[in-house]
Ligand binder design. Structure first.
Ligand SMILES: Nc1ncnc2c1ncn2[C@@H]1O[C@H](COP(=O)(O)OP(=O)(O)OP(=O)(O)O)[C@@H](O)[C@H]1O
Ligand SMILES: [Mg+2]
Length: 254
């Protein structure tokens, strides 16, 4: 077990977005979180990656309490994430997007980057090597010199993966990594997630595409109105009456 949440809760005013969730993320596996719109999935990710402070409860990473750590601190410890929407600098090249994105996330010194100080240039060289390495991993070397605005939607998703991988994470959180792309392209991204696991990177993803997730995930948690209503393998989830009722609505083919 790599990450554990204990009674993790996030309230926004009167709304309980995440409600006393106990969950474990298994090392070297593909862990998935599913649930209807507004179920609290992204909020749960925000709590795990340090973007939100929980109202109560704990996040334990490799046996240590990391509940109150910032996203940068979490990144240093090996936790990376993608966002539901990836904003790229459309006029810049794919390579520069990964270099700059990586720097902003890790060093968080915007002015160094904007003013291109000597320190920035030195570190940029290192970042460039890392960026080339992760772009190779996500199979985008052939478009790295193109403007980010000119690549396909699926390639943009791969850039998001590359941004997360640039910090050498032990675990990556992917928030709807295949949203808005077609089934053939989804397959390619699923293979990429399997490739991450083969490289010893633990994957945790939020996904709406049921067919894909049932095939891909080793373990699934179902959230509904902020509460965990089920947890288990694909088979266990598909046959769980509470899940069918709350989420699938009787249609598992979506
Ligand atoms: N920063 C915020 N302030 C107030 N309410 C929020 C905030 N973030 C999320 N919420 C609310 O918390 C609930 C859970 O939202 P969340 O984005 O976590 O859901 P989700 O499961 O990721 O949904 P989707 O599948 O649509 O992405 C929703 O009711 C949402 O409106
Ligand atoms: Mg979401």
């Amino acid at each position: 077990m790599l990450i554990e949440t204990k009674q993790l809760t996030k309230k926004f005013g009167g709304l309980v977005a995440v409600n006393e969730v106990d969950f474990t993320i298994e090392k070297g596996k593909i862990n998935a979180i599913i649930g209807p719109n507004g179920a609290g999935k992204s909020t749960f990710f925000n709590l795990l990656s340090g973007s939100h402070l929980p109202t109560s409860g704990q996040v334990i990473y490799k046996g240590k309490d990391v509940t109150k750590l910032s996203p940068n601190k979490m990144a240093e410890l090996g936790v990376a994430r993608t966002f539901q929407t990836t904003h790229l600098f459309e006029e810049s090249t794919v390579l520069d997007n990964v270099i700059v994105g990586h720097r902003l996330r890790t060093k968080s010194n915007l002015w160094d980057a904007v003013l291109r100080t000597p320190r920035f240039k030195r570190e940029e060289r290192k970042c460039r090597e890392k960026a080339m390495e992760v772009l190779d991993f996500v199979e985008l070397t052939h478009v790295m010199d193109q403007q980010a605005g000119s690549i396909t939607q699926e390639e943009k998703k791969r850039v998001a993966f590359a941004l997360a991988l640039a910090t050498d994470p032990e675990v990556v959180f992917l928030d709807e990594p295949t949203a808005g792309i077609n089934p053939g392209e989804t397959e390619g991204l699923a293979e990429l997630m399997e490739k991450m696991v083969q490289r010893n990177i633990t994957v945790c993803l939020i996904e709406h595409k049921m067919k894909m997730i049932m095939k891909l995930a080793d373990k699934i948690m179902v959230l509904n109105y902020g509460e965990k209503i089920a947890e288990g393998t694909s088979d266990e989830i598909m046959n769980n009456p509470a899940v069918i009722e709350a989420y699938l609505g009787g249609d598992a083919s979506a």
